[in-house]
Design a protein around this ligand. Structure first.
Ligand code: MRU
Length: 365
């Protein structure tokens, strides 16, 4: 997608013949657009931990390049396994991290040392290209949902609510939940997006709103608690969110607060869809509430808030009562029963074991 008219991916290699890996530092958005170079495994691991890169698919893509960078320094088996172990420890909930690391290991283990570096960078680039194509397909399938709603209210705007950031900067390009919205906008379907601010890190207010603004998609930032009220008053036609891990029975882990939106959507008969690449499905788990590890982050993300002051400085201020403890669970699980459907690169299915297996029959048995 474009930033000030220039096309970017969220991660790229400057030059295929040995250039640096580059990312957009998402901790600086929306106030500053800063490109950062990843030169080592440790740079990649830290970028994931500090959330310079975030969003399940992009975490996976960055880990893939992290392994390539580690091999560029030392192409031994020991270095490969150590890099995989280091990267697996960076963030616990998004399964795309493990998926991408496993893809890299399968491609590189047992390969001769002399060609490992080249093959690792090629595999990482391939994971990125695959992600872009997957998201494009998710966009096309999701677009049918928006088209149907638009057809049922001719001449009127389709209002879509989203939570957190599942846009192009959460992936390599296009996004998951936002891909159908970009395509609808490009197809001249009138859309408007309610953007949950998504406390505590404000990925909605900072990132989703920035992305949508760059692409010219009409949107309004709302406090996280507003969604239920808007749904009660008929102001939301569709909810669509991303996910960090979806279980084999269709339970969905996503940014904290997603579950409450799904509850409000169910109570108000608003369709609630989750968009995901198949690399986000963890086929080894069924009960998301019991089995998905939920990341707990620093309490300061709740007690403090960062933004731009009137004089243009980026500042962090405390919003809580001094001394009060805070808890910061980064994700929650929305049970499959509250999800209207899953939008994948292979199509849309019910959020159930049967639904997922109808699209991914190779997983049967
Ligand atoms: O903590 P984050 O910002 O990495 O969380 C991101 C989300 O929860 C997204 O909604 C999810 O990864 C889907 S991204 C396509």
């Amino acid at each position: 997608m474009k930033v000030n008219g220039v096309h970017y991916r969220s991660i790229w290699r400057e030059d295929q013949a040995g250039g640096a890996v580059k990312i957009i530092d998402q901790t600086r958005l929306p106030h500053e657009f800063v490109i950062v170079e990843l030169g080592t495994l440790e740079d990649a691991a830290r970028a994931i931990e500090t959330m310079q890169v975030r969003g399940a698919p992009l975490i996976g893509a960055t880990a893939a390049y992290g392994i390539a960078l580690a091999l560029a320094h030392d192409p031994s088996d020991e270095a490969l396994e150590a890099a995989a172990a280091r990267l697996r420890r960076t963030r616990p909930t998004a399964i795309n991290l493990n998926w991408a690391i496993d893809e890299m290991l399968a491609a590189i283990r047992n390969r001769p040392r002399e060609i490992r570096i080249e093959e690792a960078f090629a595999k990482a680039a391939d994971i990125c290209d695959q992600d872009v194509e997957t998201n494009r397909r998710i966009g096309e399938h999701g677009l049918t949902l928006i088209r149907d709603i638009a057809a049922a209210k001719p001449g009127q705007t389709v209002n879509i609510l989203t939570h957190c950031n599942a846009g192009w900067i959460a992936t390599v390009d296009w996004g998951t939940a936002l891909a159908p919205i970009y395509m609808a906008h490009d197809a001249d379907i009138p859309v408007h997006v309610w953007v949950d601010e998504t406390r505590p890190r404000n990925q909605g207010a900072a990132l989703t709103a920035w992305e949508l603004g760059q692409h010219g998609v009409p949107h309004t930032i709302i406090a996280d608690n507003s969604g239920g009220h808007l749904m009660q008053h008929g102001k939301v036609d569709l909810c669509i969110v991303g996910t960090d891990r979806t279980t084999a029975q269709g339970d969905v882990a996503n940014k904290i607060g997603t579950y409450l939106k799904a509850l409000a959507a169910r109570d108000n008969d608003v369709p609630f869809y989750v968009a995901l690449p198949s690399s986000t499905i963890d086929w080894t788990v069924r009960d998301g509430i019991a089995e998905i590890p939920i990341e707990e982050r620093a309490a300061t993300e709740v007690t403090h808030i960062t933004g731009r002051s009137g004089d243009g400085q980026i500042v962090t201020v405390q919003v809580s009562a001094p001394g009060s403890p805070a808890a910061n669970h980064a994700f929650d699980v929305t049970p499959a029963r509250l999800v209207t459907g899953l939008v994948t690169e292979r199509g849309i299915c019910p959020a159930s074991a049967e639904g997922l297996l109808s699209l991914f029959p190779e997983r049967k048995g």
